[in-house]
Write a protein that binds this ligand. Structure first.
Ligand code: HEM
Length: 404
């Protein structure tokens, strides 16, 4: 029995370096955790997190998804899909879903594969960084290719995303550099959408311009230039950073559970299951923050109206009440039970889940061939300090000669 005070600080080194012990204590001792320091609440049990994701009337997204914005309590002026509540969200989701159909995603397969191969081909097997030399690049290239971003702007866009998500220890608000990066990225996408209005191409931005839905109210049936620019800039963070973290961290997890890599090497048909297990085990998006719309009574605690509430999906995915032996990484885990919450749940559940799964599965397939045996330099692995997104920024790897 531990008697130290339970502290969950999402801006601390302890959190960034691996929060699972803290999560276990939160689920056990304080399922409705209150942070005196930052004045927020946090839900950590699967049985509470899953329904909260579904309950948009109680837990609103419209004031942002991170502590800095939610605690201001102001409706976001950025009308990005991820920070809209119904009915605006329903409208926007119907429009952007038009370009995210299963067929549209499937049509990207060859392009996705080519981008992965392109970056893996440049890697030196005798010593490379899985994140810095590989996984940081191809997801942004894929999004850029999809959207129709010209080659010469892609590196800059990736750097802007990194700067805007980065947080120093103890830093809650976005830095000035982060704000500038968001503005620059928006300005860039705005210009690109305007250009595509004048000269449509075979890309997602042009398709978003064309997308139209029937409406029974007096709202416009199409997306504005600003809405498309915001959507494009969201994909840089939501769609690229997350896949980069999932694939970049995979060797660390497999090196800790080497028999799982051997199993996968022997049977590539297990790759989709391995992707699901990686998503559950080290969810790239650990939490989303919501705003409580009214008082909520839970486990004897009242969450007052108007407070930031952390929905800790990274903890829910390690909850022993939902998953057998949750701290064991097992690609053959029975998936008939509770679904992992890695892609969220409810109206905001990840729009890019099919694409993320495809990218990760293709990347794993190529990695199995490229590094059938490998070692990770654990001492030199470092983690990012970002809000919402968790994972590694550096994973040094060396491919080992195969032992017969
Ligand atoms: C492993 C990769 C990914 C993970 C773990 C992930 C996770 C998530 C989660 C947890 C949410 C819900 C946020 C909330 O409820 O507030 C979300 C939403 C979203 N994701 Fe992903 N995502 C991934 C990849 C992608 C990709 C590749 C794309 C697109 C290219 C994408 C686009 C989106 C969008 C547009 C939303 C907002 C949907 C809405 O508000 O209706 N994501 N994602």
């Amino acid at each position: 029995m531990t008697h130290t005070k339970l502290v969950f600080d999402p801006f601390s080194r302890e959190f960034f370096d691996g929060p699972y012990d803290i999560y276990a204590r939160m689920r056990e001792e304080a399922p409705v955790y209150y942070s005196e320091e930052y004045d927020f609440y946090a839900l950590s049990r699967y049985e509470d997190v899953a329904p909260a994701y579904r309950d948009f009337e109680t837990y609103s997204s419209a004031r942002g998804l991170d502590l800095a914005t939610v605690r201001k309590g102001e409706i976001s002026s950025f009308k990005s899909i991820i920070v809209l509540d119904p009915p605006e969200h329903r409208h926007m989701r119907r429009l952007v879903s038009k370009v995210f159909t299963p067929r549209a995603i499937n049509d990207l397969r060859d392009m996705v594969d080519a981008q992965i191969v392109r970056y893996l081909d440049r890697v030196d097997p005798t010593g490379f960084d899985m994140v810095q030399d590989f996984s940081a690049y191809f997801p942004m290239e894929i999004i850029s290719e999809m959207l129709g971003v010209p080659m010469e702007y892609r590196t800059q866009l990736r750097l802007w995303t990194d700067v805007s998500l980065h947080r120093e220890i103890g830093q809650i608000e976005m830095s000035e550099a982060g704000t500038d990066a968001v503005v620059e990225a928006m300005r860039f996408y705005y210009g690109l959408v305007k250009e595509r209005r004048a000269n449509p191409q075979d890309d997602m931005i042009s398709k978003l311009i064309e997308a139209e839905i029937e409406r029974d109210d007096d709202q416009p049936p199409t997306l504005t230039t600003m809405e498309i620019a915001m959507f494009a800039s969201l994909l840089g963070g939501a769609g690229a950073e997350t896949v980069a973290k999932l694939v970049g961290g995979a060797p660390v997890t497999f090196a800790r559970f080497p028999e799982q890599w051997a199993k996968l090497r022997d049977d590539h048909s297990l790759i989709p299951d391995a992707v699901e297990e990686l998503l559950r085990f080290e969810s790239p998006n650990q939490y989303n923050v919501r705003y409580s719309m009214h008082d909520v009574e839970l486990h004897g605690v009242t969450i007052p109206a108007g407070k930031p509430v952390f929905l800790m999906l990274g903890s829910a995915n390690r909850d022993p009440a939902a998953f057998d032996e949750p701290d064991v990484f097992d690609i053959e885990r029975d998936r008939g039970g509770r679904p992992s919450l890695a892609f969220g749940l409810g109206i905001h559940s990840c729009l890019g889940a099919a694409l993320a799964r495809m990218e990760s599965a293709l990347a794993l397939g190529h990695l199995l061939d490229f590094m059938p045996e490998f070692e990770v330099d654990f001492d030199n692995c470092t983690r990012v300090s970002m809000q919402n997104v968790a994972g590694y920024e550096s994973v040094p790897v060396r491919v080992r000669a195969r032992q017969q």
